[in-house]
Design a binder for this molecule. Structure first.
Ligand code: AMP
Ligand code: MG
Length: 424
């Protein structure tokens, strides 16, 4: 059987960052910068006051001190507003607000607290240093500075810096548009009444949520019956408008495994059992330039395979360099069996074990591939190697930490760009 690592490598060989586009700041939030960004303007853009106070000539106030007040006529009042203020002459002062442009002539700002704050003539009781309380043009960013390198994820501070530099439409890798659908004639949309033998289509919601957390824009198509024609029609209808397709179900060896039936013969999608548990049956390929992940139907298998295969691909499409979950070392709380030839990903909760010691991994509940409740309370996927050697309690193993990347979702990039319905 093919190893998990070989499958990940095959996927990351094929999947590349999406072509860059200029997006609004709103839409670029959570995207990755596609090119180095050099400053086209300086920050601050002009010399300005760092404090509310008085703009002065240093020579006029250098001797101020306790018991030696200096009194200057106030000849101007400069708020933070558009325009160039009038000069300040020797022997006078101008009231100035934080952020207001420094008037010509002045070389220092005395903060309000060192004065009596009057508007007609001001008494200065402490001597500032030359240039005190002035923010110099370009002291934060100079024209031509490399402020954000290609590959930088745009979070709040980066979006703020772009706006400050008057960059309205940075060039980024857009979020992947992901179509999510599940297959199964037994499936019913959540909220509907179940008949005998029917189950709620939880996979399309779970996978859509996982893909959204991984930064994708979602088109959730819901459940498609196990009919080759129906599946082929839904797939054909969506390929032109998406960057990636994720399906669940219908990939194993059952009589109605529709995804495999429709796609295996195409030569574009490879179906192969992977040496893992849960999630052995998997398919991956590219149709009309669109990567397609066909995940198994059992809910835990679907989400664990999403973690291992789809999430890295989505992060790569977004242009992120680091695409894997952080790992950690945990100590097993109980003996764990290794399944020879198949790497296990156990759903565990982590308990702190004290300073300097790895956390202890407790099974989060039933480990069947249908037992979603354990995954829903798990902190991590504990990896039990496929070497067949059982691990006694207290063994250190590697785990993948889950769920620390709630992405800033609802990106504001509308599906209507692509003629599609909104993210549901
Ligand atoms: P399959 O891979 O299509 O044979 O599906 C395996 C099992 O996973 C099914 O018997 C269902 O119990 C379950 N399953 C498949 N699709 C879904 C889904 N969309 N939501 C919840 N459970 C599912
Ligand atoms: Mg099925």
């Amino acid at each position: 059987m093919k190893s998990v690592d070989a499958h990940v490598a095959d996927i990351l060989d094929v999947v590349v960052p999406l072509p860059s586009r200029s997006l609004s700041l709103r839409s670029a939030h959570g995207c990755v910068l596609a090119a180095d960004l050099r400053a086209g303007s300086a920050l601050p853009g002009f010399d300005n006051s760092a404090m509310d106070g008085y703009a002065v000539h240093i020579a006029d106030v250098a001797d101020a001190g306790p018991g030696r007040p200096v009194i200057l006529p106030v000849t101007g009042d400069i708020p933070a507003q558009a325009g160039t203020p009038s000069p300040v002459r020797r022997g006078s002062a101008a009231r100035i607000m934080t952020g207001a442009p420094l008037p010509p002539g002045a070389d220092t700002v005395v903060q309000l607290e060192w004065t009596d704050g009057r508007m007609d003539r001001v008494t200065v009781t402490r001597a500032p240093g030359l240039g005190q309380n002035i923010r110099r043009a370009g002291e934060d960013v100079a024209v031509g500075d490399l402020v954000l390198p290609a590959g930088r994820l745009l979070g709040a501070a980066q979006i703020g810096l772009l706006a400050a530099l008057n960059v309205a439409t940075p060039v980024v890798h857009p979020r992947p548009r992901a179509a999510v659908l599940s297959t199964g004639s037994e499936l019913v949309e959540v909220g509907e009444t179940l008949g005998p033998g029917q189950i709620v289509d939880s996979n399309s919601h779970a996978v859509a949520a996982a893909a959204r957390e991984a930064g994708a824009q979602i088109r959730r198509l819901g459940g498609v019956p196990d009919s080759p024609d129906a599946f082929a029609a839904v797939l054909a209808g969506v390929l032109a408008d998406v960057d990636v397709v994720i399906t669940t179900g219908g990939v194993s060896v059952g009589a109605f495994d529709v995804v495999k039936q429709v796609l295996a013969g195409s030569g574009k999608v490879r179906f192969e059992p992977l040496a893992m548990r849960p999630g052995m049956p998997q398919g991956f390929g590219v149709i009309d330039g669109v990567p397609i992940f066909t995940l198994p139907g059992n809910p835990v298998s679907a989400l664990v395979s999403f973690e291992l295969f789809v999430r890295p691909a989505l992060l790569r499409m977004r242009g992120l360099a680091s695409v894997h979950r952080p790992t950690l070392v945990a100590t097993t709380a109980q003996e764990l069996r290794s399944s020879r030839g198949r790497r296990s990903y156990l759903r565990v909760r982590l308990a702190a074990a004290g300073a300097g010691r790895p956390p202890v991994a407790h099974l989060a509940g039933g480990q069947g591939s249908h037992q979603l409740s354990a995954l829903a309370v798990a902190d991590a996927l504990l990896i039990v190697p496929e070497d067949g050697a059982d691990r006694p309690a207290g063994t250190e193993l590697t785990a993948l930490r889950l769920g620390d990347d709630m992405a800033p979702f609802d990106s504001g990039v509308s599906w209507s760009d692509a003629g599609m319905a909104a993210d549901t």
